[in-house]
Design a protein around this ligand. Structure first.
Ligand SMILES: Nc1ncnc2c1ncn2[C@@H]1O[C@H](COP(=O)(O)OP(=O)(O)OP(=O)(O)O)[C@@H](O)[C@H]1O
Length: 338
């Protein structure tokens, strides 16, 4: 390996070397890392995604609207906060761990041009000092409170030690559609996180909203970085494949014993192929009602449609366990996050 590659390899491993609590401990710094360091990254991707034999990532957004309706699980799941996001990076740019300040700003400006012309009404809010769309800390916190905007990245050791959070807050921001159901993060763990949040009960509805947004961006001519085997290229190998994470915010007071036993819910979720996170995203806590963000773990070797199906099937089982955990098999109120 050349000296230059050795340095890049060290950069890839930096997040894990600096953080004992890392689960994967690896961030790609450039799309080509997945080929140059495949001897290291391929086994890791296979193990994480439990892939045996040869798998080539396929895409399928054919998600039935009207089929995965949460009120079929429980009529009280009427107004649930549903979220779906995909991670994307654009061809020709480094991945966030190795972007410098100038490249981050250049990327943000390129995206502002897309937002000005891609046809979905909305507004861009920038965290970059001096940007024409700059928002104050107070405004940024209001957007965080609504679960729209990502946190200050410098508070996360994994993001700082790997370089993902470098040059904060330059080149960072969020585009939000006028109806506040669609949003795009700029400059977080991936260059783009394309997101939809819908309050409702049909999982297909949030997928459709996300897919409309993604298609709109693709039509703008932006070309995403793709790998011939692993699908969309993402900074963290755990997101490779579809880059899709789909979740609902649900209340599980019985399983979590009023939020005092988060581990119980996390373990049960894991056994169902799901992940349970706290109310404010990864590494956050649940509240006294055991409110958790539930999403399927799989991103690679499954299609976008399968991710939704897995969430649906997992929720049927998880809500049944919640019911069983309650006194007399009764489930308390479940879902509305205001
Ligand atoms: N169903 C949901 N409804 C509303 N907000 C949600 C929902 N699920 C997650 N969120 C919010 O989205 C934000 C981002 O969460 P988080 O960082 O865990 O996930 P992510 O964007 O998918 O990225 P990553 O998996 O890389 O951490 C948090 O504020 C979280 O509370």
């Amino acid at each position: 390996m050349s000296e230059e590659d050795q340095q890049h390899f060290l950069d890839v491993m930096m997040g894990g070397l600096a953080n004992d609590d890392s689960s994967v401990g690896v961030y790609a710094t450039r799309p080509e890392d997945y080929d140059i360091f495949s001897f290291y990254l391929e086994p890791l991707i296979r193990e994480y995604h439990k892939i045996e034999g040869s798998t080539k990532q396929e895409h399928d957004w054919n998600i039935p609207v009207g089929e995965y309706v949460l009120t079929k699980i429980d009529p009280r799941l009427e107004k649930v906060s549903m979220r779906a996001r995909v991670a994307r990076n654009v061809k020709g740019f480094n991945l966030p761990p190795s972007m410098d300040k100038a490249e981050r700003i250049k990327f943000e400006n390129k995206m502002v041009e897309v937002f000005d012309s891609f046809g979905i009404p909305g507004k861009y809010h920038s965290l970059t000092p001096g940007h024409k769309n700059f928002i104050s800390d107070k405004e940024a916190d209001e957007l965080r409170h609504k679960h729209f905007l990502f946190n200050d990245m410098t508070t996360d050791n994994h993001l700082t030690s790997s370089g993902v959070a470098s040059d904060w807050p330059f080149g960072r921001g969020i585009w939000i559609s006028t109806d506040e159901t669609k949003m795009i993060w700029i400059g977080e763990e991936d260059q783009l996180r394309i997101i939809s949040i819908v309050q409702g009960n049909d999982l297909g509805q949030v997928d459709k909203s996300l897919h409309d947004l993604l298609t709109g961006i693709e039509k703008s001519g932006l070309q995403f970085a793709e790998h011939q085997t692993y699908g969309v290229v993402t900074t963290c190998p755990t997101n490779m494949g579809t880059g899709k994470r789909q979740s609902i915010l649900g209340k599980f007071p019985n399983i979590t014993k009023q939020g005092t036993d988060e581990k119980k819910l996390k373990d049960l979720a894991r056994s169902l192929g799901l992940q349970a996170r706290g109310i404010g995203g990864e590494h956050s806590n649940m509240d006294k009602e055991g409110t958790a963000d539930i999403s399927p773990s799989a991103r690679f070797g499954v299609t976008e449609a399968i991710v939704t199906k897995r969430l649906w099937e997992g929720l049927i089982k998880l809500y049944d366990l919640e019911k069983q955990a309650g006194e007399g098999g009764e489930r308390q109120n479940c879902c509305i996050i205001q």
